[in-house]
Design a binder for this molecule. Structure first.
Ligand SMILES: [Zn+2]
Length: 427
């Protein structure tokens, strides 16, 4: 049930303003195009300006030139400073809960604008939807977090904890934004995080992990007419790939299907010879090396270190047939799968909010990809729940859109989640 006090805070949400915010932020093209000097800075400045209007303390930090993070905080503690959130400071808020709302300001490329019904950054409203690159992933979610914090501030409700907003760069790339955020200490006092990614307001408590492995097999380069003067790396690479396929089947059989994430996978996404950066392919040249990249998606229960060891054993077996063959294994990235218990207070605060606002039971789910939340969980052990407005299958598509009804619901869910997770001191 929504209490009278909660109702009073919900009434501080301005839906027209919220929709205007989503449109305004979507109209700032924040695709990372270093050659053209375009990045997240203009979008981040827009977020910072809204935070300052709301009355939040803010910090603006460049991760690399043109790619900033915005950090904003709200507390009703009388001596609070945003820098208290970093643990290298003596802090009056040391034993308070800190709820983080997380979002990214970057969007993926719009592709060919001619394929879009409306210009990709027009934020056109049609049929109860806002259309535009980034509207769904995830400028709507970010604006819902802003509006939820705005409503809490406007209402004057006293919470027994503090709210942190992280609007970071480069989620779609190497996630340098959230990594910098963690390294700077901003996650040190966070006790739970709501990742505002598009999940149709489902309460997503599990995320797949990912590991990218670059596997190189080296032989000896030769003329294609005289292959016996060299050693062909492609046959051992072909054997390696069939072994990887069999290994994937064993992993699926061993770990089965996760209720929200489905089955794990091992997918060769790049297979090439010559290896990258080692010359042009030619019809009559047997290259000296072949490489492949494995995109491995993990579910809880799988151990990335163990998988890397098994892959290495397969590489070793494939080169053992000739002592002139060598292998290399490069671990490009490891992000562990995450899981937060259904009865964790942050999960329950969102789930009860959904139930109370819609009259329907909450829908639990999982995230097939990884998000900034993966980094928060892996590096700081922060319980994360991913929940925000926007159709799950629309991110990165042409004619990306987000439902206005879902936007309105998400902002309200965030208000109730913050009040219920942090708890109200007095009105
Ligand atoms: Zn996203």
């Amino acid at each position: 049930m929504v209490s009278a006090l909660e109702r009073r805070v919900l009434d501080c949400i301005d839906d027209d303003e919220l929709i205007r915010w989503v449109q305004a932020l979507t109209r700032i093209p924040s695709v990372w195009k270093p050659g053209e000097g375009i990045g997240e800075e203009a979008a981040a400045r827009w977020v910072e300006a809204r935070c300052q209007e709301i009355g939040l303390q803010t910090r603006f930090e460049f991760v690399v030139p043109g790619r900033p993070n915005v950090i904003a905080a709200y507390s009703t503690h009388p001596s609070f400073s945003i820098d208290d959130l970093r643990s290298d400071r003596q802090s009056p808020i040391a034993d308070r809960k800190v709820l983080m709302f997380e979002g990214h300001t970057d969007v993926v490329t719009e592709g060919d604008p001619a394929q879009w019904t409306d210009p990709p950054f027009s934020a056109t409203i049609r049929d109860g939807r806002i259309y535009g690159r980034g509207a769904n992933d995830m400028k709507a979610g970010l604006c819902c977090a802003l509006m939820a914090i705005n409503a809490i501030v406007k209402s004057g409700v006293q919470l027994n904890g503090d709210i942190l907003l992280g609007a970071v760069c480069d989620e779609e790339g190497g996630m340098i934004g959230i990594k910098h955020f963690v390294e700077r200490g901003w996650a040190d006092r966070v006790t739970a995080c709501i990742v505002c990614e598009p999940e149709e307001n489902h309460v997503c408590i599990a995320q797949k992990g990912v590991m990218w492995l670059r596997c190189v097999i080296r032989g000896v380069m030769s003329h294609g007419a005289m292959p016996l003067t060299g050693v062909n790396a492609m046959y051992p690479m072909a054997r390696f790939l069939t072994m990887v396929h069999a290994f994937e089947e064993r992993e699926v059989a061993r770990h089965g299907r996760h209720a929200f994430l489905g089955q794990p996978s091992i997918t060769p996404t790049i297979v090439m010879s010559p290896a990258r950066g080692e010359g042009e392919p030619q019809h009559n040249v047997m290259p000296g090396a072949a490489e492949c990249v494995l995109d491995i998606r993990l579910i809880p229960g799988q151990d990335p270190d163990e998988i890397a060891r098994r892959v290495e054993q397969m590489l070793a077996a494939c080169v053992a047939i000739d002592d002139r063959l060598r292998y290399e294994l490069h671990v490009i990235e490891v992000r562990h799968p995450t899981h937060t218990d259904r009865d964790h207070p942050v999960v329950q605060s969102l789930a009860s909010a959904y139930a109370d606002l819609t009259g329907r039971p909450p829908i639990y789910g999982g995230v097939p990809g990884s998000t900034d939340g993966t980094i928060l969980h892996a590096r700081k052990g922060i319980p994360i729940v991913t929940c925000g407005p926007g159709d799950i299958h629309i991110p990165h598509h042409v004619d990306e859109w987000v439902s206005i009804e879902e936007i309105k619901l998400a902002a309200r869910m965030y208000v109730l989640a913050a009040m219920r997770y942090l708890r109200v001191l007095s009105s």
